[in-house]
Design a protein around this ligand. Structure first.
Ligand SMILES: NC(=O)c1ccc[n+]([C@@H]2O[C@H](COP(=O)([O-])OP(=O)(O)OC[C@H]3O[C@@H](n4cnc5c(N)ncnc54)[C@H](O)[C@@H]3O)[C@@H](O)[C@H]2O)c1
Ligand SMILES: O=c1ccn([C@@H]2O[C@H](COP(=O)(O)OP(=O)(O)O[C@H]3O[C@H](CO)[C@@H](O)[C@H](O)[C@H]3O)[C@@H](O)[C@H]2O)c(=O)[nH]1
Length: 435
C-alpha cells in the first residue's frame, strides 16, 4: 500500500519503519526541513535503539522516503496518517491545532479518495472535526471527493518503540465505513495482533483510557508505598502479591518517584480537562495527578530528613531521563529533584548515558560526568533516579569506597535492598520497611 505519514516525530518515524518493513511504500513528511534532511541520512531526531540501522536498509530498498513536500506525498498515497504532536495547553486541554493544520492541508491538496488515519492522541470528537475541516477545504475548491476518517491510536513505548511498532499487542481501528475497515485490515494483515474495530470516538477514548489507567495504577502503588513505609510494610512484596492475581496483573505496580514522559502527564491532564468541559469530572484523575506531582517531593523530604541540612552536601544523581533506553527528559522526575537540591544549595554531579545534553539546557551550572563512577566520587549521597542497566550494574562495593558517606536513595527500588545494606550502605527505597 502507498502510505503518507505526516509528522516525523517519535510515532511517525517508528510506525513508518514498521510499515515499510511490512512491505508498504511509505513517504514520511515533516515541515521541519532540518529533521527531514537528517532522516534522509538515517539520522534520528531522538535516541531509540535499532531504528537508524533499519532505516538505512529501508531507504536503500526504496521502501521509505522523507520529504517536506506534503502535496506530492498526499497525492502519491491512499492512506494518510496524521502523527503530529498534541501538547497540553495551559489548562491541560490537548492542543489539536497541528492536527487541524494537517487536515486543512489534506483538504487543500487531495485529488482522489483518501483514508485519513489519526494516529496522534486526540480528544474525543477530533475525528469529526478533521472531517469538517476537510469538507470545508474541499467546498472552497468546489470539489466533491469522497474520503474516510479513521482513528488508529498508537500504544508504543519509548525505549521499546521499534519492538512495539513491529509487534503490537492490539490494533484498535475506529472507523465508520466498511471500505475504510477493509483497507485498514489489509494494512495490518501481516501483523499478528488482536484487532478491535470500533467507532472513531470509541477508539479515541480507548487511547486516553489506557494511558490514564496505567498512570492510575502507578499513582495507586506510589501512594500506597507512602503508607507501607510508615507502617513497616514492604511495597515490593505487596505489589508482587497483588500481581499474582491475574485480574490485577503485575505490570505498572512498580513504586517509584513518579511517572514522566511525553504521554502520561499530558494525557491525564487532557482527559481530566475533557471531563470538566463535559461537566462529568473524573475525580480519580485529580488524585492521580496530585500524587504524581508530589511523589518526588515526598521522596526528597526523606533525603533531607536523613541527611539534615543539604547545603554544601555533595549529591550524585544517577539517571536523568524519564525512563531508561531513551534520551527523553520531558516531565522527568530528575528535573524536580535537581530543582529541589539546587534550592537547598546542594552540590550536584549528575550522570546519564543519553540525557545529559537535554538536561544541561535547563541546569547549565551543575556538574555532569561521563560515567556513574565519576559522579559519585566523594559524594555524601547517591540518588538513583533512572534505572539504566549501566547504573544498576556498577560495582557497588567499589562505589561505596569512593563515597564520602554511603547514603543510597533508590528512587526506583531498582537495587537489591538487603545486598546494599550488607555492602554497608544506608539504603533507602520507596515504601520499604526500614525507611
Ligand atoms: N512519543 C510516544 O511514545 C507516543 C506514543 C503513542 C502516542 N503518541 C502520540 O502521538 C503523537 C505524536 O507524538 P510524538 O512523540 O511522535 O511527537 P513529536 O513531537 O516527536 O513529533 C511530531 C512531529 O510532527 C511535526 N509536525 C507538526 N506539525 C506539522 C505539520 N503541519 N506538517 C508536518 N509535520 C508537522 C513536528 O515537526 C514533529 O516532527 C502525540 O499525539 C502523542 O501523544 C506518542
Ligand atoms: O510500574 C511502573 C511503570 C512505569 N513507571 C513510570 O511511568 C512512566 C512511563 O513509562 P512507560 O509507560 O513505560 O513509557 P512511555 O514511553 O511514556 O509509554 C506510555 O505512553 C505512551 C504514549 O502514549 C503509550 O503509547 C504507551 O503505551 C505507554 O506505556 C516512566 O516514567 C516510568 O518510570 C513507574 O513509575 N512504575
Amino acid at each position: 500500500m502507498n502510505i503518507a505519514v505526516i509528522g516525523a516525530g517519535y510515532v511517525g518515524t517508528t510506525t513508518s519503519v514498521a510499515f515499510a518493513e511490512y512491505g508498504h511504500k511509505v513517504i514520511v513528511v515533516d515541515h521541519d526541513l532540518k529533521k527531514i534532511e537528517k532522516l534522509q541520512q538515517s539520522i534520528l531526531p531522538f535516541y531509540e535503539e535499532g531504528i537508524e540501522d533499519l532505516l538505512k536498509v529501508l531507504i536503500t530498498k526504496g521502501n521509505i522516503s522523507f520529504t517536506e513536500n506534503v502535496n506530492s506525498a498526499i497525492n502519491q498515497s491512499d492512506l494518510l496518517f496524521i502523527t503530529v504532536g498534541t501538547p497540553s495547553l495551559d489548562d491541560g486541554v490537548a492542543d489539536i491545532s497541528y492536527v487541524e493544520e494537517v487536515a486543512r492541508t489534506i483538504g487543500q491538496h487531495m485529488n482522489d479518495h483518501k483514508i485519513i488515519v489519526i494516529k496522534s492522541t486526540v480528544p474525543i470528537g477530533t475525528g469529526d472535526k478533521v472531517k469538517d475541516i476537510i469538507n470545508e477545504e474541499l467546498a472552497n475548491r468546489n470539489k466533491q471527493i469522497p474520503f474516510d476518517v479513521v482513528s488508529n491510536p498508537e500504544f508504543l513505548r519509548e525505549g521499546k518503540a521499534l519492538h512495539d511498532a513491529r509487534y503490537p499487542e492490539r490494533i484498535v481501528i475506529g472507523c465508520n465505513s466498511k471500505k475504510a475497515e477493509k483497507e485498514m485490515k489489509d494494512l495490518y494483515k501481516e501483523v499478528n495482533a488482536q484487532l478491535l474495530i470500533t467507532s472513531v470516538k470509541d477508539a479515541e477514548m480507548i487511547k486516553y483510557a489506557s494511558n490514564t489507567f496505567l498512570a492510575t495504577k502507578i499513582s495507586f502503588i506510589n501512594e500506597l508505598a507512602r503508607l507501607c513505609e510508615k507502617m513497616g510494610v514492604d511495597i515490593t512484596n505487596v505489589a508482587k502479591g497483588m500481581g499474582l492475581d491475574s485480574r490485577i496483573g503485575p505490570q505498572f505496580l512498580h513504586a517509584g518517584i513518579g511517572y514522566g514522559g511525553s504521554c502520561f502527564p499530558k494525557d491525564v491532564k487532557a482527559l481530566k480537562a475533557l471531563s470538566l468541559q463535559e461537566k462529568i469530572p473524573l475525580h480519580i484523575l485529580e488524585a492521580v495527578t496530585h500524587i504524581n506531582d508530589t511523589q518526588a517531593e515526598w521522596f526528597m523530604q526523606k533525603v533531607k530528613n536523613t541527611l539534615g541540612d543539604l547545603s554544601g552536601k555533595r549529591i550524585a544523581i544517577l539517571g536523568l531521563t524519564f525512563k531508561p533506553d531513551t534520551d527523553d527528559i520531558r516531565e522527568a522526575s530528575s528535573i524536580k529533584i535537581i530543582d529541589f537540591l539546587i534550592k537547598n544549595q546542594a552540590v550536584i554531579s549528575a550522570y546519564d548515558p543519553k540525557g545529559i545534553e537535554h538536561v544541561k539546557k535547563i541546569f547549565p551550572s551543575i556538574t555532569y560526568t561521563s560515567t556513574p563512577f565519576e559522579a559519585l566520587q566523594g559524594a555524601d549521597a547517591i540518588i538513583l533516579v533512572t534505572e539504566w542497566k549501566d547504573i544498576i550494574e556498577i560495582d557497588w562495593k567499589a562505589a561505596k569506597n569512593s563515597m564520602n558517606q554511603p547514603f543510597l536513595f533508590d528512587g526506583r527500588n531498582a537495587l537489591n535492598a538487603s545486598r546494599m545494606v550488607k555492602l554497608g550502605y544506608s539504603y533507602f527505597g520507596v515504601g520499604l520497611p526500614s525507611n
